[in-house]
Write a protein that binds this ligand. Structure first.
Ligand code: 13P
Ligand code: 13P
Ligand code: MG
Ligand code: MG
Length: 371
């Protein structure tokens, strides 16, 4: 049976205005480019999404993950969109394209990637999450809730096909290492790591061995490309994306979305240097303008049918998330009143790659030893 690959490849190639949203001409160009590939049958289907100033290419195909054809297509699309961004002098035109030319895989070149190769189930509901003004660790808490917290996901305790739990792949992003942890057995170890979100991020979640689904096909995948670590200096954060499959032995769609009903605090607001609440919004409302925020998440729901992307439904448009948005606004207000003080401003370790050291440099000679 042929497998289907779903790839989200994203980049900020220019904001309009500032870092707040996407110019329609970039969306048009991206649609035009991907349509050419679809017409040539190089890809099965596509959808061009956006979140704030990030352009999110959702592509289905049968070339597997890390395909140089697909990564090349995304890279070329970003380059073409950058040309327009430069003409319009959009802010940070080409911000996330860190290399001069494409060399086979966009990893380490600036764009973020989340992709999974799957055997399509009888019915394959799937959610593409797009975030802005944050980093990949913003997915730690909601993905933990979806796949390991019975207070969020009722199926973990009442659906026989989920009761065995899941397997988490966790990355240590500073040392380029990973560890696999099984839940519920190693739930506490998992939380010990992923609660420390500046260092550990959830990369994938897998079904367990002997369950309903192949153990090597992820149920969830998150982009974890840490731009600041790639460039060695702040060049724009790594606003992340994720793909989560739902239903029938996996969390129900409503359990997947329920994980965002609590506006948890994430890193990355304003200059990539502040902490603020995650606000779930409709795609049209992903326009972070208050202090360049607060951070946003968009959820696009699809049914996959032989590679076709049936959808999307803009899931956070639902009025049921109004209260979460209201709460997020209240928390944003509370956090803002701390001004330059932690924990609104991130700790120096998380600001390591920002311009702060340059400010401190000025004072270097003026620190005196205290007896
Ligand atoms: P499934 O087991 O078919 O995913 O149904 C669960 C459900 O949707 C309940 O909300
Ligand atoms: P982006 O990473 O979304 O470009 O935002 C930059 C920023 O920090 C704006 O305050
Ligand atoms: Mg930007
Ligand atoms: Mg952005």
């Amino acid at each position: 049976m042929t497998k289907t690959t779903i790839s989200i490849i994203k980049a900020d190639v220019g904001g309009f205005p500032g870092h707040s949203s996407m110019h329609p001409k970039l969306m048009e160009k991206a649609n035009e480019q991907l349509k050419i590939s679809k017409d040539k049958k190089e890809i099965t289907d596509f959808y061009v999404g956006k979140c704030g100033d990030d352009l999110d290419l959702i592509i289905s195909h049968n070339k597997g993950v890390d395909s140089s054809d697909i990564h090349g297509l995304a890279w070329d699309t970003f380059v073409k969109c950058t040309e327009i961004a430069k003409e319009l002098k959009l802010y940070g035109a080409g911000q996330d394209l860190l290399a001069d030319s494409f060399s086979g895989n966009v990893k380490g070149m600036g764009p973020g990637v989340a992709e999974m190769e799957i055997t399509e189930r009888k019915s394959e509901p799937l959610v593409c999450f797009l975030m802005d003004k944050t980093d990949p660790s913003a997915f730690n808490l909601p993905v933990y809730k979806m796949f390991a917290d019975p207070f969020n996901t009722a199926g973990l305790s009442i659906d026989p096909s989920m009761i065995a739990g899941f397997k988490f792949e966790v990355y240590d992003i500073y040392n380029n290492k990973r560890v696999f942890l099984n839940t519920p057995e190693e739930l506490h170890e998992l939380l010990a790591l992923v609660g420390s979100k500046s260092k550990y991020v959830i990369k994938r979640v897998y079904p367990k061995k002997g369950g309903k689904y192949p153990e090597d096909e992820p149920a969830a995948v998150v982009s974890t490309d840490k731009l600041s670590l790639i460039a060695g200096e702040y060049v724009g954060k790594d606003d992340p994306v994720a793909i989560v499959r739902a239903q029938s032995g996996l969390p129900a769609l409503g359990e997947v979305l329920e994980a965002f009903a609590f506006p948890h605090l994430v890193s990355g607001w304003m200059r990539g240097s502040h902490c603020g609440p995650m606000m779930p919004v409709a795609m049209e409302d992903a326009t972070p303008t208050r202090f360049d925020g607060p951070p946003r998440v968009v959820a696009l729901g699809f049914q996959i049918a032989n590679g076709k992307l049936v959808g999307p439904v803009d899931l956070f448009k639902d009025k049921a998330f109004d209260l979460t948005r209201q709460k997020a606004s209240e928390i944003a207000d509370y956090m803002r009143r701390h001004g330059p003080f932690e924990p609104h401003r991130l700790a120096p370790s998380e600001m390591e790659y920002t311009t702060l050291p340059k400010v401190l440099e000025k004072l270097k000679g003026r620190f005196e030893k205290v007896a």
